[in-house]
Design a protein around this ligand. Structure first.
Ligand code: OGA
Ligand code: MN
Length: 310
């Protein structure tokens, strides 16, 4: 059976129907899904019944899955291990988390606009989030189109951004969401990394902004100047005309391209409703500066060398 692609907006977000992701896909159907993904950046697959393994199998058609978690599983256990990030409000034993749980404090950061794993030297290509049980009120996921936002910039701004490199770190965004207590081991694993501020998506040559709340400063600018530019770009990208708000239905899989979108979770009563979500994150092929062929600033090279020695 041929899949159906129903655009949600003309160039951003589409719903994919007539496909059962629990089964191996025919090559033509997978090619249609890939093409839709490069075009729309966010795909919604309603009514899927997926085991963890089936979720992972479909995800890995796009590349290798990340397995390293940000929070140390020794001090902060989660329901899942390996390739699965637990995006639910459930503790390791499956009950709703406590008001002061570390997972809860950490995940509050998902309410800031971000793109997954831009704080890793090798960032994420895409994320595949499967929602089994959804909150009755709130708990939506919003997506912002960083390609359309780039296209809409004045030429003078495009010129100014050309070749700029930002520094991303999970500690920047978590400090802003009120979570400041990474363990020493977690900090050591997650030092600041360089990423292009503008990147080109190889599959269609479209240019995209690549900002996120994980971005803290810009190489070659003072801290205040860099911060101001990042905040201005975050405000630009997240204007309503670039945003799609996804209201979840149970058993839905949503995938997004982390190279050219941002997303955030909206509020819900997480001490009342169960919101059972799990995510597989697929690694990109290289750091964004490497992909653009832009050499790392000397300062970033020195930092990386020091990290390797430490
Ligand atoms: C994520 C994420 C937001 C949400 O899964 O990466 O940021 O709505 N989710 O849960
Ligand atoms: Mn996320």
């Amino acid at each position: 059976m041929t899949i159906t692609v129903s655009p949600i907006t003309p160039n951003f977000a589409a719903e994919i129907g007539d496909v059962d992701l629990s089964k191996p896909l025919e090559a033509a159907d997978f090619a249609d899904i890939q093409n839709a993904f490069w075009k729309y950046s966010v795909l919604v697959f309603p009514e899927q019944q997926l085991t963890l393994q089936q979720h992972l199998d479909f995800s890995q058609l796009f590349g290798p899955a990340e397995t390293e978690r940000t929070l140390d599983p020794k001090s902060t256990p989660s329901r899942f291990t390996g390739a699965f990030a637990d995006i639910s409000n459930l503790a390791a034993d499956g009950t709703i988390w406590g008001e002061n749980s570390r997972q809860r404090m950490y995940k509050a950061g998902n309410r800031l606009w971000h793109t997954d794993s831009s704080f890793k030297y090798l960032p994420a290509l895409c994320s595949l989030l499967y929602g089994r049980t959804v909150a009755a009120v709130g708990g939506h996921t919003e997506f912002a189109d960083q390609r359309a936002a780039y296209d809409a910039l004045p030429d003078a701004t495009k010129k100014k951004l050309d070749g700029l490199i930002a520094e991303h770190c999970i500690a920047f965004s978590r400090r802003r969401s009120g979570f400041a207590e990474f363990t020493e081991e977690e900090q050591r694993r997650l030092p600041p990394v360089p990423q292009m501020l503008v990147r080109t998506i190889p599959q269609n040559q479209r240019k995209s902004l690549y900002v996120a709340s994980h971005a803290g400063n810009i190489f070659g600018m003072s801290e205040a100047e860099g911060r101001a530019l990042i905040d201005e770009l975050l405000a630009h990208v997240t204007q309503r005309q670039f945003v799609y708000t996804h209201r979840w239905r149970p058993n839905e899989l949503v995938m997004w391209d982390n190279r050219c979108t941002m997303h955030r979770g909206t509020e819900y009563d997480d001490l009342r409703w169960v919101r059972d979500m799990r995510r597989v994150t697929i690694s990109d092929v290289a750091n964004s500066c490497e992909q653009e062929g832009v050499p790392l600033p000397a300062e970033a090279v020195a930092k990386r060398a020091a990290q390797r020695v430490a």
